[in-house]
Design a protein. Structure first.
Length: 335
């Protein structure tokens, strides 16, 4: 059994109220009482449940964070940024990975609402507007992460994925590529659609003829990238694209693995390859990967800061924070 405040009071020979005053208002208690309570706490090993105290006062010390792919290092870095910011505010992060599964997403959302977290950060997989409105009606601030709030009903922190897709394909076109394939999916993920929209805009406005095809995947994982690469290699060589834009770096790394296995193909000489996110593994790949960089930790820190501000001021107007993407050029597109 954990040591309680009553145990401390009994050991110190004082009332429970005196122990509470020593813990919360020591300046209102005699030096003798402070000494006796402090000694009892040390002898018994009492640990103060500050989270419970704040929850009883209506202020939680936790923020829920739901991400759509916990295996993606991009989201690991986003959560790390949120944790760094949370620490400075005495807040703990409760983390849930939905693994692109709407049922798991609902489980975490229901759990965090039941726990009455101080705020919710979410990189959503599906349409969660109805559930997020329930958070708002429960007085829980909510911020979308890596997703722009198109209707402006919720604050959001994201990177301009349309601009990122445009940057990627413009770079490939500038490198002389004309048969470009966008590899990504599922298209229920808003970011995938936005990156494809940017890619199409770049192809349409190139001033030269550019073929842009779409190679759909069921997830944004290394395995799906390997499978997509294998499908490309089954085509006659004359039908291969000369460049690939993957909707994230995990897909790009899987494509790279498939394309260069056994020395069958040269990257970028035969097929150039660019990803999105600029995760740490991108620079360390066998062929260093060009990518569109997102400021992952800054996204997490900013989202945590906003959700706490909105928790303190429920009447605040939702804001949309959009960071610009950055093109990072490495050997996978330039040789």
């Amino acid at each position: 059994m954990p040591v309680s405040i009553r145990d401390v009071a009994q050991r110190a020979g004082v009332s429970v109220g005196t122990v509470s005053n020593v813990l919360n208002r020591p300046d209102e208690v005699s030096a003798d009482s402070v000494h006796r309570v402090s000694q009892a706490i040390e002898e018994l090993g009492y640990v103060r449940n500050d989270a419970a105290r704040k929850l009883r006062a209506g202020v939680s010390t936790t923020v829920g964070f739901v991400v759509l792919d916990g295996q993606n290092p991009f989201y690991t870095d986003v959560v790390r940024g949120a944790e760094d910011e949370a620490t400075s505010h005495g807040i703990a992060i409760l983390y849930g990975n939905t693994d692109e599964d709407p049922s798991r997403e609902k489980v975490y959302l229901d759990l965090f609402r039941e726990q009455q977290v101080r705020g919710l950060l979410i990189a959503p997989y599906g349409d969660v507007v109805t559930q997020l409105r329930r958070f708002r009606s429960s007085g829980i601030a909510t911020v979308l992460v890596d997703r722009f709030s198109g209707d402006g009903n919720f604050s959001s922190v994201s990177v301009d994925s349309v601009a990122g897709g445009r940057l990627a394909v413009e770079h490939l076109i500038d490198a002389g590529r004309r048969r470009i394939a966008f590899v990504g999916g599922p298209f229920g993920i808003r970011q995938v659609n936005d990156r494809l929209a940017g890619a199409r805009a770049a192809a349409e406005n190139a001033g030269v003829h550019v073929d842009l095809e779409v190679i759909a995947t069921t997830a944004m994982t290394v395995d799906e990238g390997v499978a997509a690469g294998a499908r490309i290699l089954t085509r006659p060589r004359r039908e291969w694209p000369d460049a690939l834009f993957a909707s994230n770096d995990l897909l790009a790394l899987g494509l790279l693995q498939s394309l260069v296995a056994g020395g069958r193909l040269l990257v970028p000489e035969e097929i150039a390859l660019i990803g999105f996110d600029d995760i740490p593994f991108a620079a360390a790949a066998a062929v260093p990967l060009s990518s569109i960089r997102q400021p992952s930790r800054m996204i997490g820190r900013t989202a945590l800061r906003i959700v706490l501000e909105e928790a303190d001021d429920p009447a605040s107007i939702p804001r949309q924070t959009v960071f610009p993407p950055e093109l990072v050029i490495r050997r996978s597109t330039t040789g």
